[in-house]
Design a protein around this ligand. Structure first.
Ligand SMILES: [Zn+2]
Length: 196
């Protein structure tokens, strides 16, 4: 049976899925991930759709990639090069922080947490990480600059993709994947024996 073309799809768990493009059903050649093992599979032709739909998902979950190639985000990364001080919850400024560097597994995000836009920081070699609020950086960044970057984030770096993506279809699970509840949490399991 021909695979019906999907126009927009939501990122989903990539484990226990076929190696096929989520849009056209042809062989998968690329993966666009939003978190470790969560994303969209595509062929070369539909990679742009995968990127667009992942961006739409990030827009709706109030996230922007720290490494996004956007002039405002580039400028922000440049401003934050090297180490800087960060206000701890006690109100004390602590030196030696820097932007987190992206590792192999999870992309890093500027994200809205409890109504505040934050960016990922760490103290290298200490294993200490923190999402730092832009609003708490007045000791280092000008208020006008903070206001302007918050304005950019609030308007939505991925707004265009969010509009173009529209209503996203849910990924259809292969027949051998079942969802069960474990301690009240939905978990996907591999069930090769259920042939229904
Ligand atoms: Zn395709």
């Amino acid at each position: 049976m021909a695979h019906p073309m999907k126009h927009s799809i939501a990122p989903h768990s990539l484990s226990m899925t076929f190696h096929t493009c989520d849009y056209c059903g042809q062989e998968e050649t690329r993966v666009y991930a939003v978190h470790h093992n969560i994303g969209i599979k595509s062929c070369d032709e539909h990679y742009k759709l995968a990127k667009r739909d992942c961006n739409a998902y990030l827009h709706s979950t109030k996230r922007v990639r720290l490494l996004e190639k956007n002039s405002d985000i580039n400028k922000f990364r440049c401003k934050m090069q090297g180490t800087f001080s960060v206000k701890r919850s006690s109100g004390i400024l602590e030196d030696g922080w820097q932007l987190r560097e992206e590792g192999f597994v999870d992309p890093l995000y500027i994200e809205k947490v409890d109504g505040d836009w934050t960016f990922p920081c760490c103290i290298p070699f200490k294993g200490v990480t923190k999402q730092v609020s832009f609003k708490d950086m007045t000791h280092m960044l000008e208020q006008t600059y903070i206001d302007s970057i918050l304005d950019v984030l609030e308007k939505g770096v991925y707004m265009k993709d969010y509009i173009a993506s529209g209503v996203q279809e849910k990924h259809e699970e292969p027949v051998f994947v079942k969802t069960v509840l474990v301690d009240g949490v939905e978990v996907r399991i591999f069930d090769p024996f259920d042939k229904q």
